[in-house]
Design a protein around this ligand. Structure first.
Ligand SMILES: Nc1nc2c(c(=O)[nH]1)N(C=O)[C@@H](CNc1ccc(C(=O)N[C@@H](CCC(=O)O)C(=O)O)cc1)CN2
Ligand SMILES: Nc1ncnc2c1ncn2[C@@H]1O[C@H](COP(=O)(O)OP(=O)(O)OP(=O)(O)O)[C@@H](O)[C@H]1O
Length: 192
């Protein structure tokens, strides 16, 4: 039942996303970027795990370039199988190539980062709530990966794609911090 509800919500959100005005997305992404930089845990983080935003997602490329310039260790997801992904270290944007589903993914030579080496994760979503319940794209990559990790989880979401409620199942991993263009919200959900 919940699975069907998730599918319906995912479709509704994704349709809406394609209609978001470009200037709204640009402004929201820039504001989200500033909120990330203002987060003390981000400033303190030596190693950050971050997705490479696809065109309808939050465009994280400027943030990644900024992190590399600042000397942070940057990890990016590489899909390796059904519901499994690894985090690989990139040292420049040229360590990325088109991979799974047209995503920009780390090239084969890049080094593996273990979950315990990561200080903070910037997590994508299809939609999420202000309380940190997250809905992904239905492939299970993040739920499986996060189930075996202990770093701070910061989900990024433009406010116009957030939801009042999201169906939650046992395996869904809650987020610690929600960042949208309207600000930073700590969910207080995890005492990790
Ligand atoms: N930027 C980014 N990287 C990420 C994720 C993400 O959400 N964003 N992931 C988060 O899990 C993983 C990849 N997950 C994905 C899960 C589903 C689909 C997918 O089903 N896409 C299309 C189908 C494309 C096609 O087959 O042509 C779809 O929605 O129909 C894509 C990526 C790892 N890397
Ligand atoms: N820890 C886990 N172990 C095994 N299967 C899992 C686990 N977490 C999720 N799954 C499976 O993955 C599939 C996708 O789950 P769900 O619909 O909650 O994904 P999502 O939150 O949209 O995706 P993602 O985790 O990639 O962001 C489901 O079939 C679910 O049963």
């Amino acid at each position: 039942m919940t699975c069907k509800e998730k599918k319906a919500l995912r479709q509704a959100v994704q349709q809406g996303v394609r209609q978001l005005p470009e200037d709204y997305c640009k402004a929201a992404d820039a504001a989200i970027f500033e909120h990330i930089r203002a987060l003390p845990e981000y400033a303190a983080a030596k190693t950050v795990f971050v997705f490479v935003g696809m065109d309808w997602e939050i465009r994280t490329q400027p943030l990644i370039e900024d992190m590399l310039r600042a000397g942070k260790i940057v990890g990016v997801p590489l899909c390796t199988g059904k519901r499994t992904m690894e985090v690989r270290r990139i040292t420049g944007m040229d360590d990325l190539e088109k991979g799974f589903y047209g995503l920009l993914e780390p090239k084969a030579h890049t080094a593996l980062l273990r979950p315990d080496e990561i200080d903070l994760g910037l997590i994508p979503c299809c939609t999420c709530t202000a309380g940190g319940d997250r809905l992904g794209y239905g492939a299970g990559f993040y739920d499986v990966y996060l189930a075996q990790s202990h770093f701070l989880r910061v989900v990024l979401c433009r406010s116009r794609t957030m939801s009042e409620t999201v169906p939650v199942e046992e395996h869904d991993q809650p987020m610690d911090v929600v960042i949208s263009e309207t600000g930073i919200r700590r969910t207080g959900r995890n005492s990790r």
